[in-house]
Design a protein around this ligand. Structure first.
Ligand SMILES: [Mn+2]
Length: 306
């Protein structure tokens, strides 16, 4: 722990730039070696296209988490018991997306190799590709499905001169995984055409009130699933604190029910929550996202017991 990251088993990562550690839930982390869940804050923000601020997301989520109850009444347990280790925020270079995402990949490869369930807190959405590719790399031929809850398809090949933009993150991985998108309500015609030609399964936002929509999402997922949640998936009335808010977003309960079902029926390898850009003085969205993060930990704990 001398390096301040708590990464004592993985000293090769100590040379990277880590910020000041804050504990998720406000409770001291268990030793890295004993943790089933590792929280990785990645306050990375380099390619925001509208409102900036996602770099403050991890700090806001972790601060809000310190006011959560540890008991989950729906699960009738204290998910913290699974063993959580919160890492220091990983500070990535801002001037080179290639360098930044390369460093992130190094961290994720190491954590995934150690068999930890990594819950990554962003930061902008571009970081998701590195987590997904770390799992793809580890599992070789075994197929992985990515469940993406998002307002945006993020399937552009290039945006504002780079393929490493948040707007391109799913394009970077769509060849390597099967992609299931939920809550989408903002995309281009070429993105729509790519969905159709590559058999990317999409549930548009307006389809989320049709009977059986959640079951159809589950049916589209293979056995091994990675979950990425862009908080603009939620309606802006719930989470206005994001770079590109879109009307007609999701509400809490059906979203949590879908996620719970995915954890019950599939093997979830890892997850991330990205694009919270906190608004000073407006704590409800931060608290919602913190609770979402702890719900995921609870689902991991439940999965481990079944
Ligand atoms: Mn989005």
């Amino acid at each position: 722990m001398s390096d301040g990251t708590g990464l004592s088993p993985v000293q090769e990562l100590a040379d990277l730039n880590w910020g000041e550690r804050q504990e998720f839930l406000g409770v001291p982390s268990v030793d890295f070696a004993r943790a089933a869940v590792v929280i990785l804050p990645v306050p990375y923000e380099a390619t925001a296209s509208y409102m900036p601020g996602a770099g403050d997301g991890p700090r806001a989520i972790i601060e809000a988490s310190q006011y959560l109850e540890l008991y989950d009444h729906e699960l009738d347990s204290e998910p913290i018991d699974i063993g959580i280790h919160t890492l220091a925020p990983l500070i990535l270079p801002k001037d080179s997306p290639e360098l930044a995402l390369g460093e992130l990949r190094q961290v994720l490869d190491t954590l995934v190799e150690q068999g930890k369930f990594v819950l990554m807190l962003g930061g902008e959405h571009s970081i998701t590709a590195e987590a997904v590719l770390a799992h793809v790399n580890r599992r070789g031929d075994r197929a992985i499905a990515v469940l993406q809850l998002d307002a945006h398809a993020d399937l552009r090949e290039e945006y504002e001169g780079t393929s490493l933009s948040h707007a391109c993150v799913m394009h970077r991985i769509h060849d390597s995984v099967s992609l299931v998108q939920v809550g989408i309500r903002s995309l281009t015609k070429p993105e729509r055409e790519l969905m159709a030609s590559r058999d990317i399964r999409v549930t548009f936002s307006h389809e989320m009130n049709k009977d059986g929509w959640a079951q159809r999402c589950l049916d589209a997922l293979g056995e091994d699933v990675y979950i990425t949640i862009d908080v603009d998936f939620f309606d802006p009335s719930l989470v206005p604190s994001t770079g590109t808010p879109e009307p007609d977003g999701a509400v809490w309960k059906p979203s949590i029910d879908l996620l719970g079902a995915v954890f019950r029926e599939k093997r979830v390898l890892g997850a991330d929550i990205v694009e919270l850009a906190p608004i000073s003085g407006l704590v409800a969205p931060d608290f919602l996202v913190a609770k979402l993060a702890y719900k995921l930990v609870g689902f991991v704990a439940s999965q481990g017991m079944s």
